[in-house]
Design a protein around this ligand. Structure first.
Ligand SMILES: [Fe+2]
Ligand SMILES: [Fe+2]
Length: 218
């Protein structure tokens, strides 16, 4: 896991720990239900970031944003597919459905504002969320492999999506999903790193300009 280096990283990590605590309190070891509910949230950030970057490109009338827009929208679509796989495995109860509706409203609003004002912290936070998702799927996989959770057949929709064999099991599906989450983590941490270096470069060039101006005045 990437070590936090500044206030923004520490904030992103504390938010992640806070959300992890809520998830642990609600779901404990019910990983199927946990996956269903959390994947409904996981599909939000990519769509928000993709839309806001798209709007920035329109406002600035500039090219160069395409790869990031497509990456973010692909992440949202990939998370939506994770939801479609796990909904075949665990059926949410009425309380969980209510939780999903409330959480979508709250998280969508929170993340949209956060991304507008603090995009670097937002990507860092999602990077840390994804690291937690990798841990949760690893724990889920351990339960399936140890026999504590039945290793049922993987759903057809997942077999088609990942091109798995017809005999694929839940454990194979969890490995594929975990690999996707690792990719989301790498992507979001790398976007946060890029924004961090851009802001540092801007700060040092501003400092250089103001030092030169001071010299001229003196
Ligand atoms: Fe996911
Ligand atoms: Fe993810």
């Amino acid at each position: 896991m990437k070590k936090p280096e500044n206030f923004s990283d520490f904030f992103a990590l504390s938010m992640t720990k806070f959300f992890r605590l809520i998830a642990d309190t609600f779901f404990a070891k019910r990983y199927g239900h946990r996956a269903v509910v959390l994947e409904t949230i996981a599909g939000v950030p990519g769509m928000v970031a993709g839309m806001l970057i798209h709007l920035r490109s329109l406002r600035k009338m500039q090219t160069g944003y395409g790869p990031q827009i497509r990456e973010m929208l692909a992440e949202a679509e990939n998370e939506r597919m994770h939801l479609m796989f796990f909904i075949e495995i665990a059926k949410p109860n009425a309380f969980e459905r209510l939780l999903v509706i409330t959480a979508q409203g709250v998280f969508m609003t929170f993340y949209s504002f956060m991304y507008i004002f603090f995009p670097m912290t937002s990507h860092r936070m999602i990077g840390y969320f994804e690291d937690e998702a990798v841990k949760s799927y690893t724990e889920y996989l351990e339960l399936v492999e140890s026999g504590s959770v039945m290793n049922i057949n993987a759903p057809k929709i997942a077999i088609e999506y990942y091109g798995l064999s017809n005999k694929a099991k839940l454990s194979d599906l969890i490995r594929c999903v975990r690999e996707d989450e690792m990719h989301h983590s790498d992507v979001n941490h790398s976007y946060a790193d890029e924004l961090d270096s851009t802001s540092k470069a801007n700060q040092s060039s501003e400092l250089k300009i103001s030092t030169e101006n001071n010299k001229k005045v003196a």
